[in-house]
Design a protein around this ligand. Structure first.
Ligand SMILES: [Zn+2]
Length: 186
């Protein structure tokens, strides 16, 4: 959300009048003619990067660097500065381009667990990606700089990967206190 704050405060090139919101989920109310997999009534979550699904980078799984969804650049997102023309989800409705590729269809408990599933749009996979890039292995410990939400996820995931408790570095004592409670009880 730090990047959203930059945009709210006018410190990016985000154009006035556009709609913020890059972490999106919801129920499908309408599909376009080219959509085959996604149906009306599906509950879906959208990874925040918009990908076309057919360019060279998307085919390699590098959807954060899609070559077609942000003309003149690589990488697109919903409601984000310099990340293409797509509006965000802080609205009644959201248009999802390349819907068959960009929608993650959620299971039947999606309505009751939407506060969990929305984490799949950005923050949880970003934490996972960090642990993957770091090459964490069971028995290793980690140092995490910043005790924000994303860092919680990184810590939870490193715990899931059976890493040893590590360090969390932050200047916010309230966040650090929460983490120490979570560590002892979890
Ligand atoms: Zn692409």
């Amino acid at each position: 959300m730090r990047f959203d704050l930059h945009m709210y405060e006018g410190r990016t090139s985000f154009e006035e009048g556009r709609i913020f919101g890059h972490e999106n989920m919801g129920e499908v109310v309408e599909v376009g003619q080219g959509v085959e997999r996604i149906k009306v009534g599906d509950r879906v979550c959208m990874p925040f990067n918009v990908g076309c699904g057919f360019c060279e980078n998307c085919e390699k799984g590098l959807t954060g660097f899609c070559l077609t969804a942000n003309p003149g650049s690589a990488g697109a997102a919903y409601g984000f500065a310099e990340m293409g023309p797509w509006d965000g989800g802080q609205a009644e409705l959201l248009r999802v381009p390349f819907a068959d590729f960009n929608c993650l269809v959620l299971p039947e408990d999606a309505a009751e667990k939407e506060e969990d599933y929305v984490m799949l749009s950005d923050i949880f996979p970003t934490g996972w990606h960090a642990t993957e890039l770091a090459g964490l292995r069971p028995g290793e410990s980690v140092a995490i700089y910043g005790a924000g939400g994303r860092d919680w996820d990184g810590r939870a995931l490193s715990h899931h990967q059976r890493c040893l408790p590590g360090l969390v570095i932050d200047t916010h004592s309230d966040r650090l206190a929460l983490l120490s409670i979570r560590c002892h009880t979890g």
